[in-house]
Ligand binder design. Structure first.
Ligand SMILES: Nc1ncnc2c1ncn2[C@@H]1O[C@H](COP(=O)(O)OP(=O)(O)OP(=O)(O)O)[C@@H](O)[C@H]1O
Ligand SMILES: [Mg+2]
Length: 260
């Protein structure tokens, strides 16, 4: 440990989450280092979304800590917590229900940037900049979500996350509701963004090959427990846990995936 080593944008310690009597996350210790893309994989129901939602405050943990840059979000006051949480943005899977149908794209982005003064005209430069990052033209500002395709809506959701200048973006299966060709476009966009923005990414996915193409690290969850984490190439080449081995064995032609 050197004094210059900065605290990671996200760390969870001993996180437990239950719904009623069912324990969904058990003793989850996750680290997302600065400027790093971390893939989060595991079968359906293993707790991936629950983990992402707990980090951003949608779910409440029964025990444990969520640290943003080393600061415990539950140990600070409400205003500080809200400011810390803005540094972590969650993009949900479904681009059809995640955008308010009654707001223009400009209003949605203005509200993300500044909830108290959500007037697009006051933030036009930032909004146009965020739209440009996701390859949408400024005309999108005045339109409503129903005027866009699923892929375009997911771009808007990405722009809404980026406009606040987050330290970490949690992308929860953000391409799984899209057609295959549109998925590839969004994944390419994400890879470009990885190179141009400073933020880390927690990329939740079922697709191990996509995780390998986009992420440096991978975290494997099984029944609410992290069973393995490390550099993607190391974990894929030399899985330590039996579940990881089974997961890798279940992917047909997993070595063949390319983004370009
Ligand atoms: N709000 C909730 N209330 C009750 N149970 C829930 C709630 N959210 C999730 N669960 C349960 O918690 C478990 C983990 O769900 P979660 O959505 O985190 O899994 P996941 O890994 O994201 O799965 P998928 O790959 O299908 O998205 C499941 O058994 C689910 O039914
Ligand atoms: Mg999920």
């Amino acid at each position: 440990m050197t004094a210059t080593l900065e605290a990671p944008p996200l760390e969870t310690r001993g996180l437990h989450v239950s719904f009623g009597r069912a324990a969904v996350l058990r003793d989850v210790n996750l680290v997302v280092p600065a400027r790093t893309a971390v893939g989060l994989v595991g079968e359906s129901g293993s707790g991936k979304s629950t983990l992402g939602k707990t980090v951003v405050g949608i779910n409440k943990p029964r025990a444990g800590q969520v640290l943003v840059h080393g600061e415990d979000v539950f140990a600070v006051g409400r205003r500080r917590r809200a400011a810390m949480r803005r540094q972590v943005q969650y993009i949900p899977q479904d681009p059809f229900s995640s955008l308010s149908p009654r707001r223009t794209v400009g209003q949605t982005l203005a509200e993300a940037l500044d909830p108290l003064r959500a007037r697009p005209a006051d933030h036009e430069e930032a909004i146009v900049g965020a739209l440009d990052q996701v390859r949408l033209d400024p005309g999108a500002m005045a339109k409503y979500p129903h005027q866009f395709s699923g892929g375009q809506r997911q771009r808007i959701a990405i722009a809404r996350a980026l406009i606040v200048g987050p330290q970490l973006v949690i992308a929860d299966e953000i391409t799984s509701a899209l057609d295959v060709s549109v998925q590839a476009e969004i994944l390419k966009l994400l890879r470009t963004l990885e190179e141009t923005i400073e933020a880390s990414m927690l990329f939740i996915s079922h697709n191990l090959a996509v995780v390998q193409a986009l992420c440096e690290h991978v975290v494997v969850m099984y029944q609410g427990v992290i069973v393995e984490q490390g550099r993607v190439d190391d974990v894929y080449r030399n899985p330590q846990h039996d579940y990881t081995r089974r997961l890798l064995a279940s992917v047909p032609g997993s070595k063949g995936f390319r983004l370009d």
